[in-house]
Design a protein around this ligand. Structure first.
Ligand code: ZN
Length: 84
């Protein structure tokens, strides 16, 4: 099964990581960290990059924070939340 990617932070979502609407139904566009109780976590793309960059390094997808930030700054604008 293909994992859906959160359109805010780029995280591949497991079954229990989908966002939740106010009525408890599932939102399969965003993950449970970005979308809670029917509302988006309020942050800028840059804040999201700063939040995610250390995780990229930790999980070995980038060698340094700088490299992780650069990759995310290029990647995030392709997600629907940050598309202008
Ligand atoms: Zn997310």
């Amino acid at each position: 099964m293909e994992l859906k990617i959160c359109q805010s932070c780029g995280m591949p979502m497991q079954e229990d990581q989908y966002g939740m609407e106010k009525d408890g139904s599932r939102n399969d566009t965003y993950c449970c960290y970005c979308y809670k109780n029917g509302e988006m976590e309020d942050c800028t793309m840059e804040e999201m990059v700063n939040f995610c960059a250390p995780i990229e390094v930790e999980q070995g997808r980038a060698a340094t924070l700088e490299e992780a930030r650069a990759a995310l700054m290029a990647y995030f604008p392709t997600l629907s939340r940050w598309k202008s």
